[in-house]
Design a protein around this ligand. Structure first.
Ligand code: GAR
Length: 210
């Protein structure tokens, strides 16, 4: 099984979906380490309950991004991580860190990229009048929310949606999508061709998520 480091900043519901998937011995990845940049992140409790080692690397304790990223990198490598999953991790990495994990670092983002990057993207979708929203699992590159797209799931935007109600509908899909996408990467089924991530053995999206 591939050793995975998960980076969080808060609630950790996506972390939970990965922990739950990895509880199955047949799943091709195991969660080896959970790192939070915030000491009080609830996701740290989730990791402890699952018996997974945790580390707090508080960005406020570092003079600059380079030294923070170096500490995160050292912790991941020290734990033997081969893949990194960002799960509600709200810091932007230096280009050097992203390049060091190129092709091995995933993020989940609560919009259908390339639409709506940055913060409050569910609200951005409502304000733009979108009728379809969703989530994206993509490879992390130095450009924010711009790496090769590995998987997406769509949900409707309903007329009476608020930021909260749409976020909840998208989050349900996030919890299905991220474990599936990490499983493909950990199983060695993903090839990156230009800006596209192709999943070997898949002929349609239906094959991927069934
Ligand atoms: C999720 O909706 C995730 O997609 C989003 O933050 C939330 C974290 O929830 N991530 C981003 O916006 C990254 N830019 P969680 O802590 O319960 O997984």
């Amino acid at each position: 099984r591939k050793r995975v480091g998960v980076l969080i900043s808060g609630r950790g519901s996506n972390l939970q979906s990965l922990l739950d998937a990895a509880a199955d011995p047949a799943y091709p990845a195991e969660i080896a380490l959970v790192i939070s940049n915030r000491p009080g992140a609830y996701g740290l409790q989730r990791a402890k309950l699952a018996g997974v080692p945790t580390a707090v690397i508080d960005h406020k304790a570092f003079p600059d991004r380079e030294s923070f990223d170096a500490a995160v990198d050292a912790a991941l490598r020290g734990a033997g991580c081969e893949i990194v999953c960002l799960a509600g991790f709200m810091r932007i990495f230096t280009p050097g860190f992203a390049e060091g994990w190129a092709g091995r670092m995933l993020n989940i983002h609560p919009s259908l990229l390339p639409s709506f990057i940055g913060l409050h993207v569910q609200r951005q979708a409502i304000e733009a009048g979108a009728t379809i929203a969703g989530c994206t699992v993509h490879f992390v590159t130095p450009d924010l929310d711009a790496g090769p797209i590995l998987a997406q799931a769509a949900v409707p935007v309903l007329p009476d949606d608020t930021e909260d109600s749409l976020s909840a509908r998208i989050l349900e899909q996030e919890h299905r999508l991220y474990p599936a996408a990490l499983g493909w990467l950990a199983a060695g089924r993903v090839r990156i061709v230009g800006n596209r991530a192709l999943v070997d053995g898949a002929t349609a999206a239906g094959d991927l998520l069934s």
